[in-house]
Design a protein around this ligand. Structure first.
Ligand code: HEM
Length: 504
């Protein structure tokens, strides 16, 4: 009996030992695999890397992008290396042209980027290269480039403005209550992009509705995904994801909700198509080419990201700048009123095109506050940038529209001033090279929604500036941003609104 017990104990210990050894080996393999995914130094003693890791820059600069701007202005080549991120950051237009056009094939989004955003964006257009990208770009440009779709989008935007945005602002003007202008623009842009891209109306801007679960899960997922990109080693977030801990647990939850709701969008769309509804939207176009729901889900998410946060961010900074520059606001308003020949908003699309000062003021605001503050690519092979910077295979190369908008070398000594006149020649709007102003990216992957976004911004500006004036509640002269894939003002933009006496 005793012998049997001893044997049993030994067998137990042996099995425990084996389980432990197998777990240890599995974990070691896992660690090895994770560590292999990072090809840069996790530690570097140079002053820039020390400031990055210790976050000592926060004592002087309100935002990471302001610190980068400072570093890029100091650098003789306007290019700096952040060794702990394995990253080269540039604000030199010739380098930008090299990345986005001349050597486009050497600088794809790359695997590290797709793994950072893969859980949220899947195989959507923002997260793929090669044939998958080419196919989606072709489909989307057929949709977004078509004249009939533009006027369909314009009708949707003007109805959203007149039947929802203006009444909502009117109600705030009557109550004199403080509200968050960023929240209003996000709801507005969310409704628009859903109606234009999917042919569905979430009604986020209705007076009494709380922001939809979809929108808030989306915000959380976008913020937490962006957080992955600023860690010095992907090992940290990959381990947290593996163990289901902290921010990765929250991210997984938010993505589950985003997934559910995106699938609901697809289901509803199928139902409507089954009932023979008019199919002018982007989702219908993609549905005509695939039945793969996972793929359609990725497309829904990408277009939400493309069309909502960017436009909302652009509008928030525009109205922030107007509130701090009354002389520009007066000039914008004069042009709107002078163009108003029939007492209506802007005489349609043609009327919008004629407003050069308004257009210049939008570009000027996008220059100082680009909604996408920086954008990264990964080098496939060793290379040398036009300014002489050597790039090793696998390096993350980032161009920085936010810093570029603040470079004296590009915009002159008054680069920090909000001065729309810099875009005008004899009263006509005059663009600059997109490689100096890569706010919509440039080259082969230039933003497909640029015209739509400018039309949306201009329609809002023209309708609002003539009727309302905003008073910022805080006295801030600069914006402070929260981490995210697009620029989001931390804490929103609290304002009061007043109806202008002469406003129609
Ligand atoms: C002010 C508003 C906008 C800004 C500043 C902006 C900016 C950008 C930028 C910087 C990119 C490159 C992103 C990357 O490669 O990671 C991009 C790509 C893209 N944008 Fe926009 N965007 C805006 C609005 C829109 C809107 C309203 C839509 C669609 C309705 C849209 C559709 C797209 C698409 C489809 C791409 C992917 C292009 C590709 O990879 O080939 N964008 N945009």
């Amino acid at each position: 009996m005793e012998e049997a017990q001893t044997l049993f104990c030994v067998a137990n210990l042996t099995s425990l030992f084996f389980s432990f050894t197998i777990s240890f080996i599995t974990f070691s393999f896992f660690l090895f695999f994770l560590l292999r995914t990072t090809n840069h130094r996790s530690w570097c003693a140079c002053s820039v890397c020390r400031a990055y890791v210790s976050r000592s820059w926060t004592s002087t600069y309100p935002n990471l992008c302001d610190w980068y701007t400072h570093l890029l202005r100091l650098s003789p080549t306007h290019t700096v290396d952040i060794h702990v991120l394995g990253s080269t950051v540039t604000a030199d237009p010739s380098n930008v042209e090299h990345l986005l056009r001349t050597r486009f094939d050497n600088y794809p989004k790359g695997k590290p980027f797709s793994s950072i955003l893969g859980d949220l964006l899947g195989r959507g257009i923002f997260n793929v290269d090669g044939d998958a990208w080419r196919f989606q770009r072709k489909m989307a440009s057929l949709e977004l480039g078509s004249v009939s779709v533009r006027s369909y989008a314009f009708r949707i935007m003007t109805s959203e403005i007149s039947s929802r945005l203006v009444p909502l602002l009117d109600s705030f003007a009557v109550s004199r209550r403080v509200f968050d202008l960023q929240d209003v623009f996000r709801r507005f842009a969310f409704d628009n992009i859903c109606r234009i891209s999917f042919g569905l109306d979430p009604g986020c801007l209705e007076l009494s509705l709380p922001i939809s679960d979809f929108a808030s899960a989306f915000d959380l997922a976008s913020g937490l995904s962006a957080g992955r990109a600023v860690t010095t080693s992907p090992f940290v977030w990959k381990l947290k994801r593996f163990l289901g801990l902290g921010s990765e647990r929250d991210l997984a939850r938010a993505i589950r909700l985003v997934d559910e709701l995106a699938r609901e969008v697809i289901k509803q769309k199928r139902k409507l198509r089954g009932m023979g509804s008019e199919d002018q939207d982007l989702l219908s176009r993609f549905m005509g080419s695939t039945d793969d729901d996972d793929y359609l889900r990725d497309i829904v998410i990408s277009f939400l990201l493309a069309g909502r946060d960017t436009v909302a961010s652009a509008l928030v900074s525009y109205f922030f700048l107007l509130s701090t520059h009354p002389e520009v606001e007066a000039a914008v308003r004069d042009e709107i009123i002078n163009n108003d020949d029939d007492g209506h908003d802007h005489g349609g699309l043609e009327g919008l095109r004629g407003m050069h000062y308004v257009h210049a003021s939008m570009y000027e605001s996008l220059r100082l506050y680009p909604p996408v503050q920086f954008d990264s690519k990964f080098a496939l092979e060793d290379d040398v940038l036009p300014d002489g910077t050597a790039i090793g295979k696998g390096t993350r190369v980032t161009y920085h529209p936010y810093a570029m908008g603040r470079m004296e070398s590009i915009w002159g000594a008054d680069c920090l001033e909000f001065h729309p006149e810099r875009w005008l020649k004899e009263g006509l709007f005059t663009p600059v090279s997109p490689f100096k102003f890569p706010v919509f990216q440039a080259g082969a992957r230039v933003c497909l929604g640029k015209e739509l976004a400018l039309m949306e911004m201009k329609s809002v500006i023209v309708s609002i500036v003539r009727r309302f004036e905003f008073e910022a509640v805080k006295d801030d002269r600069e914006l402070k941003f929260a981490p995210g894939l697009t620029a989001t003002v931390s804490g929103g933009l609290p304002v009061r609104v007043r109806r202008r006496r002469s406003g129609l």
